[in-house]
Design a protein. Structure first.
Length: 149
């Protein structure tokens, strides 16, 4: 499914696969929930490793972790950013905010994380204030995320 979304270049379910998504996930809502669960599971696994080192600038390190995971799961991040305020995603966002705050002391709302733009013409840019030269080299380039999946 993510390969089709990437090849279509739009953050929506391909019409030709709608019946399959309905059968497997119960529709867009279920599909987005599955993506979100996978995203946070991968994030949390990486967070454990990050917290073992406890960097001096934890908020910046969390942004880097988020953006590195975006490089690894670009189409999932593209879809989740495009549907960031979908009502079905709110409960897990809220639970993850509480977990992150308890583990790190950092509180982040969904809008506070670096996000990929939600239009194909702007993929490769983020809404992040992270501006390091290293970070800019890891931005997802306009066609890279499409060919990656």
């Amino acid at each position: 499914m993510l390969a089709d979304i990437a090849s279509d270049g739009r953050p929506e379910l391909p019409e030709r696969r709608q019946a399959e998504v309905d059968a497997e996930f119960g529709g867009l809502e279920g599909f987005l929930l599955e993506l979100q669960v996978r995203w946070y599971r991968a994030f949390d696994a990486r967070l454990d490793a990050l917290l073992e080192a406890w960097p001096s600038d934890l908020p910046a390190a969390l942004d880097e972790l988020w953006l590195d995971l975006s490089d690894t799961m670009p189409t999932a991040r593209f879809m989740l950013d495009a549907h960031l305020h979908h009502a079905a995603l709110a409960p897990l966002h809220a639970r993850h905010q509480l977990m992150l705050h308890a583990a790190t002391g950092v509180y982040r709302k969904p809008d506070d994380w670096p996000r990929l733009a939600t239009t194909p013409s702007h993929v490769g840019t983020t809404t992040s204030s992270v501006t390091s030269a290293t970070r800019s080299q890891r931005l997802i380039q306009p066609c890279r995320w499409i060919s990656a999946f």
